[in-house]
Write a new protein. Structure first.
Length: 202
């Protein structure tokens, strides 16, 4: 009997037993990055349609909390934001490094400690724990509405961590790619309002 993933053609994405090569892990990082980006655009579109608010108004609701990641330093020292190398370090290195360590790696290890027979193909305690961690990750970025953005992104990184054979650097790279894309690349491709919204997503 085929699984839902096989019927939909996604069987390779729930094949957690396969040991990935370096190139395979990079491909998974890229796919998660694209899925995350597509989800944010879709969620923003749906929110603007349902609420009648502009993306700028939604951005004000989703303002990143100063109590997570590099937001602490930027809140205390706003002038740091004008230093491109320092902003790159805070958003592209420091925030992904410590946030992934706390919200993904430690949570995953705790879950597996209490679920020794963890099977990534089955929903269980470890996946539940990673889901809860992702929800908290979203809320800590500003408000419960942030669960739709940073929370979903966090769960995608949890999936990537398991998919890439517990590769910490995979999720740090994916998170860093997102932050750097949001800050340094998107202004060249999107209008100002959408850029302001997306910059709240780290």
């Amino acid at each position: 009997m085929s699984t839902w993933a096989e019927r939909l053609g996604f069987s390779k994405w729930v094949d957690f037993d396969h040991t990935h090569s370096f190139a395979g892990k990079l491909k998974n990082v890229f796919v998660v990055h694209v899925v995350n980006f597509a989800w944010v655009i879709m969620a923003l579109f749906i929110l603007t349609q349902l609420t009648g608010k502009t993306s700028q108004e939604i951005t004000s609701i989703l303002a990143a909390s100063p109590f997570i990641g590099s937001g602490i330093l930027l809140k205390l020292y706003p002038a740091l934001a004008v230093s491109v190398p320092l902003l790159f370090f805070l958003a592209g290195i420091l925030a992904p490094y410590w946030e992934e360590r706390v919200f993904r790696v430690l949570v995953n290890k705790y879950g597996r400690k209490h679920e020794p027979d963890f099977n990534p193909k089955k929903w269980g305690f470890t996946w539940e724990l990673m889901l809860c961690s992702s929800i908290i990750f979203g809320i800590m970025h500003g408000s419960p509405l942030n669960i739709l953005f940073q929370g979903v992104g966090g769960f995608l990184y949890s999936y990537l961590y398991v998919k890439n054979n517990n590769s910490y650097w995979s999720i740090v790279l994916a998170h860093a790619m997102w932050n750097v894309s949001v800050i340094f690349l998107l202004p060249w491709f999107v209008n100002g309002q959408l850029f302001m919204f997306l910059t709240s997503a780290f």
